[in-house]
Design a protein around this ligand. Sequence first.
Ligand code: XIL
Length: 353
Amino acid sequence: MPSTKKLNLLVVAFACVGVIPFACKKTTTASCDATRSLHAQSKFSIGVAIQLGQYENNLDYARLADQQFNSFTPENAFKAENLHPIENVFEWTEADRLISIALRNNKTVHGHTLIWHQQNPAWLSSFQGDAEAWEALFKNHIQTIVTHFKGKVKAWDVVNEAFNEDGTLRNSIWKEKIGPTYIEKAFRYAQAADPQAVLFYNDFNLESNPLKRKQVLTYLNQLRNRGVKISGIGLQMHVSLQYPEPTQIAAAFKEVFNQDYQVHVSELDISVNLLGNNNNPDAAVFEAQADCLGKIVTLYKQIPQQYQYGITFWGISDNDSWIPAYFNRQDYPLLFDKNYQPKPAYCKLIELL
Ligand code: XIL
């Protein structure tokens, strides 16, 4: 258990970055069943991060994936360590299975992600080569993957998480080996391989950190001015009951679409146990979570339609969320509970779409 002092410090830390807890009042959302379909109800796409193993082995998971969502983002299958595990070997088997499941069920596929500093294969960090060899590797990695999925993957997170919180470029193997122009090059290579693909820059905290957002927008605008195609921005939105404020989210959506970028809420989950001190949240907490989701979706609906790429949830049920394992805490951030039953957040969402 964290001490009270530690908790106070954490709260102060949030307040320091202008974070005030949501005023989440209890709502009267009636419980609902999941016989209806989120995506059928929605004017914009409702996506979900998909784990192939769960889809193939868990009937509840597969049923909800098929029924509720119309866009699949492979949660890990398209990351470099999985698609490109050995220097000259691409491994397509699982990714292709996922694609055929998606297409058979009339889902669009959102490709996540071509260039990132995480989940890269081990061989990459030990690759020996001069600047030309690195450039060839980089180009080949992007273009082999985009070409393989051409016509099947609608959109790509071309570059993921390239900026620090202060808006400077993050150090990564790509920045180090290709140079600071790697983002521009990544978009150009992806576009050349599939001119029809919708191309996104994706990052976290863009909704809560105005400085980072401003720097990212300034940077992407410069690339656009040089003729680079960037269709939209993915705001991951791993948010929590504590922050950000709806006003911050509203400002973020507005800034992004005002500068002519499609808005993808790309990895939405709402943590209810950010500080790790509430392992067994009560009903009021889940009502508050529903209320928070309601605010986010209401703001998203105010975005002009041509800029609404869609909202993607980072998993189906609390059983499948990345948060407990990654952050080593209990959490319940998704639409369905561990038994694949709808939570108040689901009921709120279907009511609002
Ligand atoms: C996460 C996956 O959900 C986990 O299964 C994996 O262990 C780590 O990566 N931002 C991203 C996603 O862009 O790719 C991350 O996904 C979550 C944070």
